[in-house]
Design a protein around this ligand. Structure first.
Ligand code: PMP
Length: 341
């Protein structure tokens, strides 16, 4: 084992099958992994069913997908890279940038995988506590120094669902030579967008959430030009399968489907938030999940009744995160929550 590395496993949301089997329950609803409850665009499913080239390696340029992503985002094709989810992109970025002892600045609570990678790469984690509203605090600048190599900014944040002040992020990007990694996994659900660019900025997005392709593992990012050749050298040669590439293209050609899901989810997010307010202490969200504070042990009690939500202790905060599901799934969750509060 590498001596400087610390090894810690990622804890995924529990699966419906696991809980059904373990507890012998007939009905189990999973609202724990921020997936799209409406599934996947039928156009992508058609591509999946007709795909025949499983025995071939992918073309590692991923030109067709990067061109489609350029159309969708307005980013230059040349600056877009694709990876095995944002997870895979983060992994490659850490590989390129982090020497032992480099500082990685992570505002917490947040998505655990950032810390797992920092530890694995022998970085010093600089954990900046978010304030009461979970926004990155104004004093973040005090944590910057010449050893700061990477700053992680999820927009919106997981598990709290909030976005950041645009001015603060712009100032942050301008006041450091470190790379700022903006994780926009949930951007399609957010009314606020950052839309900034700089030579020290990476913006990453995914096909896993709004596009409903979590199982295909497709993420993408816009890199500064100078970083591209390093990224290509450090990435695994074929991070995305041709099947995943073609399904992603089909999903990107069916934006109407994605947008209609986002609209339904945002409407449900509002209803769920208002219902939660009557029972617990929810926080406003710009993502496809809601963070709330409630008594200890609630996630376990809901699990016994067939509802999987996320206990956020592993994110570094007391509270729970529930993914916005379909109306009937949310009703089932609310019904069980009412029984327990
Ligand atoms: N970033 C954040 C903030 C997330 O919540 C997630 C998914 N849990 C990811 C990245 C990983 O996304 P992907 O499926 O693209 O690897």
């Amino acid at each position: 084992m590498r001596k400087c590395a610390k090894f810690e496993e990622y804890i995924p949301g529990k699966s419906v099958e696991e809980i059904r089997e373990r507890l012998g329950l007939e009905k189990v609803v999973k609202l724990a992994s921020n997936e799209n409850p409406y599934g996947t665009s039928p156009k992508a499913i058609e591509v999946l069913k007709s795909f025949e080239d499983l025995h071939r390696y992918p073309n590692p340029e991923y030109r067709a997908l990067r061109e489609k992503l350029s159309e969708y985002t307005g980013w230059e094709t040349e600056r877009i890279v694709v990876g095995a989810g944002i997870d895979g992109i983060l992994e490659t970025v850490f590989k390129i940038l982090i020497d032992e002892g480099d500082e990685v600045l992570i505002p917490i609570p947040t998505f655990q995988y950032y810390r797992i990678l920092a530890r694995l790469h022998c970085a010093r984690e600089i954990l900046v506590s978010r304030g009461e509203d979970f926004k990155i605090p104004e004093n973040i600048f005090e944590f910057l120094n010449e050893k700061t190599k990477l700053i992680i900014v999820p927009f919106p944040n997981n598990p709290t669902g909030n976005v950041e002040k645009k001015r603060l992020i712009e100032e942050l990007v301008n006041s450091t030579r470190a790379i700022v990694f903006i994780d926009e996994a949930y951007i399609e659900f957010s009314d606020e967008k950052l839309e900034i660019d700089s030579d020290n900025l990476i913006v990453a997005r995914t096909m896993s959430k709004a596009f409903g392709l979590a199982n295909l593992r497709v993420g993408y990012a816009r890199l500064p030009r100078w970083l591209l050749k390093f990224y290509r050298s450090a990435s695994t040669p074929f991070p995305v399968s041709t099947l995943a590439e073609r399904c992603s293209i089909a999903a990107l050609e069916d934006l109407e489907w994605m947008k209609s899901c986002v609209e339904k989810i945002k409407k449900e997010r509002e209803r769920l938030f208002n219902e939660l307010k009557k029972l617990v202490n929810p926080f406003p969200s710009q993502a496809n999940f809601i963070f709330f504070k409630a008594r200890k042990g609630l996630a376990e009690d809901l699990l016994m009744r067939g509802v999987i939500i996320r206990d956020c202790q592993s994110f570094g905060v007391e509270g729970y995160r529930v993914t916005v599901g379909k109306p009937d799934e949310n009703d089932f969750f609310l019904e069980k929550l009412r029984e327990l509060t």
